[in-house]
Design a protein. Structure first.
Length: 155
């Protein structure tokens, strides 16, 4: 797995989350807003986040590129994650939810500390890319390895 952070994306997310100044992240586009922007906007994802320490919020946007057939080992994130598929298709399964394939323009949410059992390129011939937006209330690792005992059956 290749992980790259795009500096403009990090700056945009940091400014956006700082401007929120609250414990939740949500977006709503009203008809007036759509008119003002020429109708070229859409809410890709809106998710209420768990309560966080607003004095220590940190946002990160991470670009994850999967080569054809590539995958990540089972892992967890201590922070909520909003993911946007930017290229190709991504196979994903968190906890005991059904495995899904997300295509370009689709989004998904991962609650903090969920076991991400499947994170892979759905194609054996084309690359795939997702942008993962992390909103954390502490400094620390954004990805944590899963012990072997939790990889397949624990929630």
């Amino acid at each position: 797995m290749k992980i790259q952070a795009s500096m403009p994306a990090i700056i945009v997310m940091t400014v956006g989350v700082t401007a929120l100044g609250s414990w939740r992240l949500s977006a709503t586009v009203t008809s007036n807003q759509a008119h003002e922007t020429g109708g070229n906007t859409r809410v890709a994802i809106s998710q209420t986040l768990p309560r966080m320490d607003g004095n220590h919020l940190e946002a990160k946007a991470i670009e994850v590129t999967y080569q054809p057939g590539a995958s990540s080992p089972a892992h967890s994130h201590p922070c909520p994650v909003l993911a946007y598929v930017a290229e190709g298709a991504i196979r994903s399964q968190v906890n005991d939810e059904p495995e899904r394939v997300y295509k370009v323009g689709e989004t998904f949410y991962e609650a903090p500390n969920g076991v991400h059992r499947v994170s892979a390129n759905a194609s054996q011939t084309e690359p795939a890319k997702l942008i993962a937006f992390f909103v954390c209330d502490h400094e620390g690792p954004i990805t944590v390895a899963i012990p072997a005992s939790q990889k397949n059956n624990d929630k």
